[in-house]
Design a protein around this ligand. Structure first.
Ligand SMILES: NC(=O)c1ccc[n+]([C@@H]2O[C@H](COP(=O)([O-])OP(=O)(O)OC[C@H]3O[C@@H](n4cnc5c(N)ncnc54)[C@H](O)[C@@H]3O)[C@@H](O)[C@H]2O)c1
Ligand SMILES: O=CCCC(=O)O
Length: 490
């Protein structure tokens, strides 16, 4: 392992994965964590399995009993300390993210800051979980509604924002008074283990934040998390097929679920927009994390009057984004995190070309050991193409011409998915009309910054349900209880 860490304890190897509840003497297979820039093994970790889920769930249930009775202020103090430690270790954590996810180091540092931001927000918001007093319909009783933590929560987190998504899920759950079992994507396990280490240093009690790392036992671990009756809630970010499977597997134990599934974000560029600003917004949003975010503009609709000019300028802008190892200076686009991402990107490009689209830039994987895909611009997309149906999750801008507002709303809503969407226009009335008609959980108007601790993140249709962030996100980890008190009249 060539990278030097200021705090070497954050690089957790097989030997250090040794929780109180883990039976370390039981023989386990190992799995490699791979650097997607080089294809090299960063380290190996123990491949945990369904038995470990059972043990972790029991341990969490015990920890929940003492964590839930603390005041929100007291829990918040520990969570804020956790956020401070995360910020204090930003350089090392960013190295871990770049090592296993591949994104450029400055972007990884941004993700560390975002993760701390989620924790800080939830730490404060938990102090504002208010109840209700119901106006009485009979003089003989009074009714109150309170919120209580739901119990043990399983957080299944993705590889694209491997630290921020843990903070957005587990941060909310823990602030609400729950205990958590985090199952990160196996490809990005190291950052989850580092977060657990810092949580312990901050004073998060044993059992409140557990991590199960696995690659080979993914299916069995996912099933065990869904079926264990101790676990009361599943919060998942990932693909729609996996989300549906988890929902089916959770039916027997009737768990509450939040599913943040794939998107297929429409981005509508009207000819009255500020082209320079819009271009910067769309290009930045598209190429963030090499196009691997669920709110990446996937279908970019550009009004006919500016279509050719926009297309040319987008190509020029994409050419300025250097592709390479996320540790190299000046690199703006790292590799795709998983090799299957390359296959999907190529499938989308080839399908579009076969149906008449024009590739204006890129269009291929970069030869070598890393999982790099060229920044790609494709013009003249149509709704019969594969990437109109599903997100590409790659640095590919897909451009569609359109003529009228009504036409583009129909094109944008012609999707099974509904997570993020974007509108670029200077016309305020149009902004409202279009934003209200788009069938998505979130709309960015002249901005792509739509994710932050205080905002409700989530989708509709096949993009799932439930929200993360804000009071909505906290509520996902709570149950509503009615208390009615008899008040006999004299
Ligand atoms: N919403 C997001 O942020 C997000 C994140 C990752 C992938 N995706 C989408 O999914 C597509 C495919 O990515 P992939 O090949 O990694 O997808 P996948 O469906 O194999 O896995 C997605 C996530 O689900 C987890 N997972 C898979 N099977 C599971 C199971 N049986 N039980 C529990 N967890 C399980 C994985 O660890 C991973 O984190 C991407 O191209 C993208 O469109 C979306
Ligand atoms: O990819 C899913 C989450 C994207 C984000 O929060 O910015």
């Amino acid at each position: 392992m060539a990278r030097k860490f200021n705090n070497p304890s954050l690089f957790i190897t097989k030997e250090h994965v040794n929780y109180e509840w883990l039976d370390s003497s039981r023989p386990r297979q190992d799995f490699p964590v791979i650097n997607p820039s080089t294809g090299e093994t960063i380290t190996i970790l123990p491949d945990m399995d369904a038995q470990d889920v059972t043990l972790a769930a029991r341990h969490s249930a015990a920890a929940f009993q003492s964590w839930k009775v603390l005041s929100a202020k007291s829990r918040g103090k520990t969570i804020r300390e956790w956020a401070s430690l995360i910020l204090a270790n930003v350089d090392d954590l960013a190295v871990l993210i770049t090592l296993e996810n591949g994104k450029p180091l400055p972007e990884s540092k941004g993700e560390v800051a975002a993760a701390a931001g989620y924790l800080e927000f939830y730490a404060g918001e938990a102090e504002r979980v208010y109840g209700d007093v119901i106006p009485f319909s009979t003089a003989a009783s009074r009714s109150f509604v309170i919120k209580q933590p739901i119990g043990v929560v399983a957080c299944l987190t993705p590889w694209n924002l491997p630290l921020a998504m843990i903070a957005r899920k587990a941060g909310g759950a823990i602030a609400a008074g729950c205990a958590t079992i985090v199952k990160p994507a196996g490809e990005t396990s190291l950052i989850a283990l580092a977060m657990a280490y810092l949580g312990k240093q901050a004073g998060i009690p044993d059992g409140v934040f557990n991590v199960i790392v696995t690659l080979a036992h993914l299916t069995a671990v996912g099933k065990a998390l869904c079926e264990d009756p101790i676990i009361r809630k599943i919060s998942f970010t990932g693909s729609t097929p996996v989300g549906k499977m988890l929902m089916q597997q959770s039916a027997g134990s009737l768990k509450k679920l939040s599913l943040e599934l794939g998107g297929n974000a429409p981005c509508i560029v009207f000819d009255d927009c500020d082209v320079q600003d819009a271009l910067q917004t769309v290009v930045t949003a598209k190429l963030r994390n090499a196009g691997q975010t669920c709110i990446s503009p996937n279908r970019i609709f550009v009004q006919r009057g500016i279509y050719e000019m926009w297309t040319e300028r987008m190509v020029e802008a994409f050419k300025r984004f250097a592709v390479g190892d996320g540790f190299a200076n000046g690199v703006k686009i790292g590799p795709l995190t998983v090799p299957r991402g390359i296959e999907k990107a190529q499938r989308h490009v080839d399908d579009a070309v076969s149906k008449g689209a024009r590739v204006l830039l890129g269009g291929k994987a970069v030869p070598g050991n890393g999982y790099f895909f060229e920044p790609t611009v494709i013009a003249d997309m149509t709704s019969d193409m594969l990437s109109h149906e599903e997100e590409s999750f790659a640095p590919i801008a897909q451009l569609y011409p359109f003529d009228t507002e009504d036409q583009v709303i129909e094109m944008a809503n012609n999707s099974d998915f509904g997570l993020g969407s974007y509108v670029c226009t200077k016309d305020i009335a149009r902004m409202w009309r279009v934003a209200e008609k788009l069938e998505t959980g979130m709309v960015g108007v002249n901005t792509a910054s739509i994710a932050s601790g205080e905002l409700p993140f989530g989708g509709v249709k096949q993009s799932g349900f439930g929200r993360e962030g804000g009071k909505w996100g906290l509520n996902e980890f709570m149950v509503t209880k009615l208390i009615t008190v008899a008040v006999p009249q004299e």
